[in-house]
Design a protein around this ligand. Sequence first.
Ligand SMILES: [Zn+2]
Length: 303
Amino acid sequence: MKSVWKISVCILLLTVTTQLVTLAQEDNKIRIIMIGAHPDDCDDDGGGTAALFAQMGYAVKFVSVTNGDAGHQLTGGVELAKRRFAEAQQAGKRLGVVYDVLDNHDGQLMPTIEVRLQIIKKIREWNADIVIAPRPNDYHPDHRYTGVLVQDAAYMVAVPNIAPETPALKKNPVFLYFQDRFQRPNPFRPDIAVDITAVFDKKVSALDAHESQMYEWLPWIGHYEDKVPKDKNERIKWLAETRKQTIKPEVRTKLEKWYGKEKAATIQHAEAFEICEYGTQPDDEMIKKLFPMLQNKKQESMN
Ligand SMILES: [Zn+2]
């Protein structure tokens, strides 16, 4: 009887240990949440990086803080919000990410406690290791306030008495900013640069899902409607051309740091991120752990 009992204990311990190891492995999986103001912002600023993470098996979520119900010249309100939600779901599917859309009005976003709590909950529920959002310097007030809202959440996600119905995070995530072109009060500083050449087409395909934006609203408000091809295949090629940007020298320098000079010279498309001063401050070792694609110097297409 005694030996049977011992065997049972051993089996039990083994099962518990295996479960703990599995849990630890799951815990090692980096969880990323990107937060933009509109359904298409995360795709445009971080779609390539998201696709790389997703291909490597990591969990990525996009959150649009507004429902996009003002972004069209012919339609608006619930009808447009529904259309943009469907587009976002399609884009999420193409990238392999979960796409959440919060029901706040487009063009009217304010950095209120109510929206701050919505964002705190989203970051906590996702158990995020990395949070990426816009800087609070931008031409669009919704982008600016999304930047403010996420900054305002950066400490509170770890404070248990705030939004107590959603358990606070045990560790503060790393908060990053998307790249932008704005110079005042200070220009964007690329701390992390990711080679997205292998997934550039995937990023364009996600953007292509936002038909109401890429082919209708943005060309209308930007006065280039006549440039949009009618044919579906032609217009995705055109969209890809509009997204082919010259990599800025400071981003190229960071690509050299992370990928080596030789590899960096061959990179055609990149996304860069700046480390926010709030939240966990990562050193280079931690950045390599959080962005495993940076360690892979011979990054081939993982399709
Ligand atoms: Zn936007």
